[in-house]
Design a protein around this ligand. Structure first.
Ligand SMILES: [Zn+2]
Length: 484
C-alpha cells in the first residue's frame, strides 16, 4: 500500500505536467471509485477544467482545478495514477478505471486492480473524514517528540505499532515504514504506546523523519503495484532492514527476524534488538568510518582513551586468517593445497600475492570472509547489548558504506578530511605518486558522498586538539562521561 514516500514521489512526478490543458473528456469504468458522484455528474463536474496544482497530505493527493473544484485521490491498496503523453508509446494499462482526456491529447489515468481507492470530486469544501482528521505531517516542524509522547500517553493499551499507523496521530505512516522506524528505534511493536519514554519518543521521531526522507530520495518502495506518475518503480524496498525479512538474519545482531500480527497487520521485528523490556544503561552502537587517509585511526584512539569500546573490523579480518584454524582450512580448500604453509596452516604471504594480482581471487576470498567478519562483529554487538556497562560501542569499519553495513549501527560518524588533504597525506605518509594516490581515492565512494550518508561529521582537517574537542563534544552529547 502506498505510504507517504510513494505518494510524495507520485506528486513530484506529476508536477512537471501541471498546469494541465483543459479536460475535454472523461471516462469512468468503475463508478464506486468516484462515489458519491455518478459518471455523468463526474463528467459534468470536470469538463473544461484544468488541473493547476497538486499537493500531498498524508497518503492523500489533492488536485486543485480551475476555475473551481478539486479532486481528492487515495490509492489505498493498489491504486495507480499516471500521466500519458499523446505522443508517448501506446501502453494500455489493465484495470484502468478512470481517464481524464486533455485538449492536447494527453491523459491522466487511474488504474486499481482491487478497486479500494478513491477519486472524489469536491466543488469547494472537502468532506472526507479521513482527510479532515489527519494528524501532523511527520516531516514538518509540528511533528515533535513532545507531541508524539503526549499522544502516546493517552493510549493505555494500544500497541505502539497500531498507534503509529493511526493517521490521526501521524499523517502518512503505513505498515512498511512503521516497522522500519520501530526497528531503528529498538522498540518492540507490541509495547503499549503509553509506556513510551521521552527518550524513546526522541529516537522514534528522529527515525521517522530520517527513514521517510531516505525513502523519498529513493522514490519510495515498490512491491508489486506502486508506480509513480511516469510508471517508474521506486527502490527503497532494497533498503528495508526489517519489513518482510522474517526468517532472515537481523542485519544488526544476526538473530532471526520474526513476524507477528498486531491489530490485524503483519509486523516484522527482531526480538533481540527490540526487546519488550528496554535493556538498562545508555547503549549506542556507532559506526565509525572515513575515507582513505582522513585520520580515522587517530579518532579511534581518542575514543578508546575516553572509555569507548572498539570493534575493529580490520583486526577481526586479520585474526580470522591468522588464528582461526577452521577459517584457514576453508581457504585452503577454496584455493588449493599449494596454499598450505610449512607449519600446516595457511600460507598468508602466498595467498596475499595471489589476491593482490588476481581480482577474481580477491572477490572469491572477500565473498567468504565478509560474512565471517560480520558474524564476529554481531557476536560483539550481542555481548555489548547484554552486558551492564555504560559506554558506546564503536564499530570501526573503514569500508562501512562500500560494504553496505549501515544497518549494523544506530548512528554513523564520519571522520572527514577533504580530498586535497587526503591526497597530500597519501603522498607524504605512504610515499605514493599523485597518480597512485588518485587511484586509491577513486576506488572508494567519494568522501563528499559519505558526508551526506553520515549522521555526524568529525572534521579532521585542523589540529589534533580541534579534532579531540569535537570527539569529546559528540561523546558527551550522547550522554557519556569522559573517563580518563
Ligand atoms: Zn537484531
Amino acid at each position: 500500500m502506498p505510504e507517504l514516500p510513494e505518494v510524495e514521489t507520485l506528486l513530484r512526478t506529476l508536477l512537471p505536467f501541471l498546469p494541465s490543458q483543459p479536460i475535454i473528456s472523461t471516462e469512468v469504468l468503475h463508478e464506486k471509485i468516484i462515489r458519491p458522484l455518478t459518471s455523468a455528474e463526474f463528467d459534468q463536474a470536470l469538463l473544461n477544467k484544468r488541473i493547476v496544482e497538486a499537493e500531498r497530505r498524508g497518503k492523500y493527493l489533492l488536485l486543485n482545478l480551475e476555475p473551481e473544484g478539486k479532486l481528492l485521490i487515495h490509492l489505498r491498496m493498489t491504486g495507480q495514477l499516471f500521466y500519458k503523453k499523446a505522443n508517448g508509446q501506446a501502453l494500455e494499462v489493465p484495470h484502468t478505471h478512470i481517464k481524464l482526456g486533455f485538449a492536447n491529447g494527453d491523459s491522466l489515468e487511474y488504474a486499481d486492480v482491487r478497486r479500494f481507492g478513491l477519486v472524489t470530486y469536491y466543488h469547494d469544501k472537502i468532506e472526507d473524514k479521513g482527510y479532515l482528521n489527519l494528524g501532523p505531517e511527520p516531516l514538518s516542524d509540528d511533528f515533535t517528540a513532545e507531541y508524539l509522547w503526549t499522544q502516546a500517553k493517552r493510549r493505555k493499551t494500544c500497541p505502539i505499532k497500531s498507534f503509529l499507523l493511526d493517521q490521526k496521530v501521524i499523517a502518512g505512516l503505513g505498515n512498511i515504514y512503521a516497522d522500519e522506524v520501530l526497528f531503528r528505534s529498538k522498540i518492540n511493536p507490541k509495547m503499549a504506546a503509553s509506556k513510551l519514554t521521552k527518550n524513546q519518543a526522541e529516537t522514534l521521531v528522529a527515525a521517522i523523519k530520517k527513514v521517510l526522507a531516505e525513502a523519498i530520495v529513493l522514490r519510495g518502495s515498490s512491491m508489486s503495484d506502486y508506480l509513480d506518475a511516469n510508471r517508474q518503480r521506486g527502490s527503497y524496498q532494497d533498503k528495508w532492514r526489517i519489513y518482510q525479512r522474517d526468517g532472515d538474519m537481523c542485519l544488526r545482531c544476526g538473530n532471526e527476524i520474526l513476524k507477528t500480527k498486531i491489530g490485524g497487520r503483519s509486523s516484522h521485528y527482531c526480538p533481540f534488538c527490540q526487546p519488550m523490556r528496554k535493556r538498562p544503561g545508555n547503549k549506542l552502537i556507532i559506526g565509525l568510518t572515513g575515507g582513505i587517509a582522513t585520520g580515522k585511526s587517530t579518532v579511534v584512539e581518542m575514543l578508546r582513551e575516553i572509555g569507548a569500546e572498539i570493534v575493529d573490523a580490520d583486526e577481526i579480518s586479520r585474526n580470522l586468517t591468522n588464528k582461526e584454524e577452521a577459517v584457514q582450512e576453508h581457504i585452503i580448500t577454496m584455493f588449493g593445497e599449494e596454499y598450505r604453509g610449512l607449519a600446516g596452516g595457511l600460507d598468508r604471504r602466498k595467498l596475499g600475492d595471489l589476491i593482490f594480482q588476481n581480482k577474481a581471487a580477491r572477490e572469491k576470498l572477500n565473498n567468504f570472509l565478509h560474512p565471517q567478519i560480520v558474524m564476529r562483529m554481531q557476536d560483539r554487538i550481542r555481548e555489548y547489548m547484554e552486558n551492564k556497562t555504560d559506554h558506546p560501542l564503536i564499530l570501526d569499519i573503514p569500508l562501512l558504506f562500500e560494504a553496505e553495513l549501515e544497518a549494523m549501527a544506530d548512528l554513523i560518524w564520519l571522520v572527514y578530511a577533504d580530498e586535497d588533504i587526503q591526497i597530500s597525506r597519501l603522498l607524504s605518509r605512504d610515499n605514493l605518486s599523485l597518480k597512485q594516490a588518485e587511484m586509491r581515492l577513486n576506488a572508494q565512494i567519494p568522501i563528499e558522498d559519505k558526508k551526506e550518508l553520515s549522521d555526524f561529521i568529525i572534521d579532521n582537517t585542523g589540529t589534533l586538539e580541534e579534532t579531540e574537542e569535537q570527539v569529546w563534544e559528540l561523546y558527551q552529547r550522547h550522554g557519556y562521561k569522559i573517563m580518563i
